[in-house]
Design a protein around this ligand. Structure first.
Ligand SMILES: O=C(O)CCC(=O)C(=O)O
Ligand SMILES: [Fe+2]
Length: 321
């Protein structure tokens, strides 16, 4: 049977006893081993901030194109900040129908933020900076949970102390259902994420699909937000953490395709616009990525050479370009 994305009550890690913390850590470990994705409720990112972030995202993407082009994403693959207009990114040979805006840690000297002019959208920058801080804090708690899952003596959180993370706002405009069905375009093509962990906040529209079992070529649908936005968050493993865990944890291929039809709605021909907010985490540049304790043994040897997080990025970029 194909594994589905399990739901775990993360409140039991944040507020629980040592044994409850361990129980949560084991549940996340299981999810990451089976499907590479987990849905967490009672996480630490305030729900009202998630909702506000969706509101800001809508406000930003509603600006005229000329305004959004005042904070353009630089060309090339090294500086992931600013606005990318529709269909400038092709993850596969089929064009993606999405636009995005990316920001990161204000202290990240390698990738300075590229903000829209403040008078165009007052309050946007301070909000994104505070949302970044909330998401980063949650990533650090998650890393502590993963360290407990592996019974490590040290805390993986320390390897992410610089919080070189990336906050992405995504907007998939309304599109004719048949365009997606005929594969003339996709919302986001099949890919795996690059870093260690990704948080993913979704709206109600749905359409996210995850390869299950990982590597099988078959995909299962993951429902959009049920209940209030921000009530839960999806967390998935990226390529760097899969390597670091000696593939104990799966960096699972995922994509966004045709959303389910909402009965009785006017969406039979058109797919509703969709908004999502991924938050990508990775380790400090000088972190040595070598099989973590508990992830290898004599009978399960280390599969990968050790590499720094910086070296890994360079290696992957060389493969891409
Ligand atoms: O929009 C989504 O739900 C998925 C986005 C995603 O996978 C990504 O940006 O890497
Ligand atoms: Fe992704």
């Amino acid at each position: 049977m194909s594994p589905t994305v399990p739901t775990v009550d993360f409140g039991k890690f944040i507020h629980g006893s040592p044994s409850e913390k361990k129980e949560v850590a084991v549940q996340i470990d299981d999810a990451f081993r089976n499907i590479g994705f987990v849905k967490l409720t009672n996480h630490s990112v305030p729900k009202d901030m998630v909702q506000k972030c969706f509101d800001w995202s809508k406000t930003f993407f509603s600006l005229p194109l000329e305004s959004k082009m005042l904070c353009p994403h630089p060309p090339g693959g090294a500086h992931h900040r600013g606005y990318s207009a529709l269909s400038t990114e092709h993850l596969t040979s089929i064009p993606d129908t999405k636009e995005s805006y990316e920001s990161g840690n204000p202290l990240d000297a390698a990738q300075p933020n590229i903000w829209p002019p403040a008078d165009l959208i007052p309050g946007f920058q301070p909000f994104m900076e505070s949302f970044f801080t909330s998401c980063a804090a949650f990533v650090h708690i998650l890393l502590t949970a993963l360290s407990l899952a592996l019974d490590m003596d040290s805390d993986l959180s320390a390897t992410h102390s610089e919080s070189l993370f990336q906050l992405r706002l995504l907007h998939y405009p309304a599109v004719a259902r048949r365009v997606l069905q005929r594969n003339e375009a996709t919302r986001i093509g099949a890919h795996s994420d690059f870093g260690t962990l990704t948080l993913l906040f979704q709206d109600e529209v749905g359409g996210l699909e995850v390869e299950s079992p990982p590597g099988s070529g078959t995909f299962i649908g993951v429902p959009g937000a049920q209940g209030e936005r921000g009530e839960s968050v999806l967390v998935n493993v990226g390529d760097l953490l899969a390597r670091w865990s000696n593939d104990r944890w799966k960096s699972t291929v995922h994509r966004v395709g045709v959303p389910p039809v909402v009965e009785g709605s006017a969406e039979e021909d058109m797919c509703a616009p969709r908004y999502s907010i991924p938050f990508f985490a990775t380790a400090n540049d000088d972190t040595v990525i070598e099989a973590l304790p508990g992830c290898w043994s004599e009978s399960n040897p280390k599969k990968y050479e050790s590499v720094t997080a910086r070296g890994y990025v360079q290696m992957s970029m060389a493969e891409l370009y």
